[in-house]
Design a protein around this ligand. Structure first.
Ligand code: DSN
Length: 439
């Protein structure tokens, strides 16, 4: 921090304060994590200076002798990690990655099925305010009102009726497992592409704590910064061959007249279709994170994320807090605040927990009676606290604090008491043990 301390004390000060916030609080937003120093170093490396339009060995700018092997290493590691046939590591983040898949496979107004945002999907899975809902025709599928679970029979019936060109599987706020195989079978039955957006759970999949959508899924997108614990960014993994070439893309030929592969459609959609130069510093950091995720201890990490989430879910329910679906199978928990008299008060609870040093996000619950800005739930998850080394017993302390705040979200004394407990807990679990990151 020596240089930035001198050249820009204003931003340096904010970086220090953010470090202190992360260090002293517990980060429970399920899409966040704490990357290693090695990932931070790659992100802050000299590769930030470079432009590299194109793909390894086929670039439009000179000076690529070190970028090319770096990107190839990132690709090879990602292939190994997931058993994928083809990988594109250039998408800037999850939304652009999904956008590239739409651009590659669908025409404007084409129909697709996506998981309703309110019940656990993502903006890019067809929300009417997003490119996916504005430019394409989304038919949303939802969870069952009683069980709050996805029902594959209902989704199958919907697919047979609607004949979509693509079905998206994946979640941002669904605490149960996704049956990727069942989604693929439906897609094959109705001649739809299957896009599995594994952004939230790619770390669990890499670590064997969630069933994998590989090798059968047509296209998989994932951010790299959530449970996978890499830099902010994304990638697209896909099969080489286009299973539906004759039906949807028979006009797409290569120069030698052969059918364009799925991998070629995807690559062309990322660059030059949507993006210019890849962010080489981020891609270097992705490579570093993939190497970390290939180590045997990453399996333990992924399993512990799920154990911690289950422990926290049990502790919360034991204290009278209602969880959507009655628990969790993955890294995240969705609290329904309505039984606590807090319909539409997710923001109040998020702010109260923030004050207590517990970071969560307000979230809609299935069939939300209020609005996305004032929703009736909060969403939490365990990837970041598990990275810090916390286990089931620490989840008890955190769950107890959350329950206290939910029961008295406007009681400053209660909030101060929880904050004290959280401070004592986080002191035992430094973000970067033995290292002063601000030096
Ligand atoms: N913002 C991410 C999440 O929190 O789930 C999704 O993009």
């Amino acid at each position: 921090m020596n240089d930035i301390n001198t050249s820009d004390p204003e931003i340096a000060g904010l970086i220090k304060k953010e470090l202190q916030r992360e260090e002293q609080g517990v980060e429970l937003i399920p899409s966040e994590n704490n990357v290693t120093k090695a990932v931070l170093q790659a992100m802050g490396s000299i590769f930030t200076n470079k432009y590299s339009e194109g793909y390894p060995r086929k670039r439009y700018y000179g000076g690529q002798e070190f970028v090319d092997p770096m990107e190839e290493i990132a690709i090879d590691r990602a292939k190994k990690l997931f058993g994928a046939e083809h990988v594109n590591v250039q998408p800037y983040s999850g939304s652009p990655a999904n956008q590239a898949v739409f651009f590659a496979l669908l025409n404007l107004k084409d129909k697709f099925l996506g998981f309703d945002l309110t019940s656990g999907g993502h903006l890019t899975h067809g929300s009417p305010v997003n490119f996916s809902g504005k430019n394409y025709t989304c038919v949303p599928y939802d969870v069952d009102k009683e069980t709050e679970l996805l029902d594959m029979d209902i989704i199958k019936k919907l697919a047979i009726k609607e004949k979509p060109k693509m079905i998206i599987s994946g979640l941002t706020a669904y605490p149960r497992k996704i049956d990727f195989k069942a989604f693929q079978e439906i897609c094959e039955e109705v001649d739809a592409y299957h896009l599995a957006d594994i952004s939230h759970i790619s770390g669990l999949i890499a670590g064997g704590a969630h069933a994998s959508p590989f090798p059968f899924t047509d296209v998989v997108t994932t951010t790299t910064h959530k449970s996978l614990r890499g830099p902010r960014g994304a990638m697209i993994l896909c099969k080489e061959e286009d299973r539906l070439h004759e039906k949807y893309h028979s006009d797409k030929k290569t120069k030698d007249g052969s059918a364009k592969k799925l991998s070629q459609l995807i690559d062309a959609a990322v660059f030059p279709g949507l993006q210019g130069g890849p962010h080489d510093h981020t891609n270097a950091a992705k490579a570093v994170a993939f190497k970390e995720a290939l180590q045997p201890d990453f399996k333990d990490y992924a399993q512990q994320i799920v154990k911690n989430a289950k422990a926290m879910a049990d502790d919360l329910m034991g204290q009278g807090i209602r969880l959507v679906t009655g628990g969790t199978d993955n890294h995240l928990i969705l609290i329904d605040l309505q039984p606590n008299g807090l319909m539409g008060k997710g923001k109040l609870v998020q702010n109260a927990l923030d004050e207590a040093g517990i970071t969560v996000n307000k979230n809609t619950v299935p069939y939300e009676p209020s609005s996305p800005f004032n929703p009736s739930g909060v969403r939490l998850g365990t990837p970041a606290v598990t990275t810090r080394g916390m286990k089931e017993s620490e989840m008890k302390v955190i769950a107890s604090g959350i329950a206290k705040v939910i029961k008295s979200p406007e009681d400053k004394l209660v909030i101060a008491g929880v904050k004290k407990d959280i401070l004592a807990l986080t002191k035992e679990f430094p973000l970067y043990p033995g290292f002063d990151i601000l030096k």
